[in-house]
Design a protein around this ligand. Structure first.
Ligand code: UD1
Length: 410
């Protein structure tokens, strides 16, 4: 197991450039297969999930090359293969290949995708949508097998619940048809994927529903991915806890609600165009439920929990998307975190910590544990720290530049 020791409590200062969004990049890379041609994608974060997806691409005869932070993908020689390879198990977004394969080949056999364990993560909304299109879905806990025939008529689908993955996967599967998709997710990563598809030549109108008009894509496309709003929130909270950080390449619109809520609660944040300057602040903890966009995103909820543990006051935190996503703050109880639990919520209280070790269980929990270890004037060992590489490019390099003292133990 990977281990890092953080010598916390240092004052941090410096500049961080926010990378392209992981959760937009992965579906956009999958969408780039739909034209069986060339896609040049800018702002691609060099993270483990991107490399895992590229390994799957190589297996499918798709070639790629990085030129700086542009990724050029050539899918002209893409072939169908069953996706029964270990790479699929390493991250959640491999499920986007299902929609792409249904659109291109009308079938898909794939291991049940892996990814962060955030409690139950069923794919029933995806499967119901595929069935409504005319496909047969057979699935057990290890394997998904889909085949059958796409309906030869206008497809109407109402997604069973609000889901980033189900929205994008349904759009992919229906992309060569005339279709209307209701109850779709409005998260910025979904909109960015739809914008990429539009640039690729597919005719899509987003309104109260997503309207897809059967069309033929262009042979090549160039596109730049939106900045990662969760990465930005991670460094903003790091600054509020530990020093002053200037963030570049931020899309302020995508984090408007969380930023304004922080400012209302005494956070020193100055915004100008796509730059943010954040300074160490005594933030007043406030109660919230993580929720759909534009509210505080579930992926940032563990980060806010850590911020509140270092500030005076109590807050009640819930999560309407993943109801029990509290592994990071609860992991800190044995080091002094004063947390009460009640009915799928936690109550955070100002805490004083001792040195010790913790274990990261998922990507955002890992980021939250890093925030804790950096902010606490103690020494912390984080086990499994390399999970951070799944979603944060240049993370350790950024920490070093900001003044964090750490030592990789294993
Ligand atoms: C994506 C993000 C993840 C983020 C989440 C919510 C990627 C790769 N991951 O995950 O970082 O935390 O959006 O913003 O982009 N659900 C079902 N059945 C389904 C699908 C979803 O019950 O078929 C439930 C989920 O369990 C969850 C909620 O719907 O409670 C939202 O999940 P969803 O938006 O699908 O999350 P992901 O797309 O998996």
């Amino acid at each position: 197991m990977s281990k890092i020791k953080i010598y916390g409590g240092k004052y941090l200062s410096g500049t961080v450039k926010i990378h392209g969004s992981k959760n937009a990049c992965l579906p956009i890379m999958c969408a780039s297969l739909l034209n069986k041609g060339k896609a040049t994608i800018g702002n691609v974060p060099k993270i483990a999930d991107v490399y895992n997806l590229l390994n799957i691409f190589s297996y499918l005869n798709v070639s790629y090359i990085f030129v700086d932070d542009f990724l050029v993908i050539d899918s002209s020689k893409l072939i169908y293969k069953d996706l029964l390879i270990d790479e699929v198990l390493k991250f959640r977004a491999s499920y986007y290949l299902i929609g792409v394969f249904l659109a291109l080949f009308g079938k898909c056999k794939i291991y049940y995708p892996g990814g962060c364990k955030l409690g139950e993560r069923p794919l029933d909304y995806h499967f119901e949508a595929f069935k409504a299109m005319g496909y047969n879905v057979n699935c057990n806990e290890n394997l998904i097998e889909i085949d059958g025939k796409l309906k030869n008529e206008h497809i109407n689908i109402t997604l069973k619940g609000n889901s980033v993955g189900a929205t994008i996967n349904t759009v992919f599967a229906a992309i060569f048809s005339n279709a209307t998709i209701y109850n779709y997710s409005l998260e910025p990563e979904v909109i960015d994927t739809l914008d990429f598809l539009g640039k690729l030549g597919f005719k899509i109108i987003k309104n109260r529903s997503i309207e897809i008009f059967a069309s033929i894509p262009k042979r090549s496309v160039k596109y730049k991915i939106i900045p990662d709003r969760i990465e930005a929130l991670t460094y903003i909270i790091m600054a509020l806890l530990c020093g002053n950080i200037k963030l570049e390449n931020v899309n302020l619109l995508h984090i408007d609600y969380p930023i304004r809520t922080l400012i209302l609660n005494n956070a020193d944040i100055i915004m100008y165009k796509n730059v943010l300057c954040c300074n160490k602040s005594k933030v007043v903890p406030f109660s919230f439920d993580a929720d759909l966009y534009p509210k505080i995103p579930t992926d940032a909820q563990p980060l806010f929990s850590i911020l509140f543990l270092f500030n005076n006051g109590s807050a009640i935190i819930g999560d309407k998307v993943f109801k029990n996503r509290f592994s990071a703050p609860l992991e800190l109880v044995h080091l002094g975190a004063r947390i009460n639990t009640m009915d799928n919520k936690i109550i955070t209280n100002h805490s004083v910590f001792v040195s010790g070790s913790v274990k990261a269980s998922d990507l955002r929990a890992c980021a939250a544990l890093f925030l804790f270890a950096i902010a606490s004037p103690t020494n912390t060992i984080i086990n499994n720290y390399e999970i951070i590489e799944r979603g944060y490019a240049d993370f350790l390099r950024n920490l070093k530049n900001l003044g964090v003292k750490y030592e990789i133990i294993e």
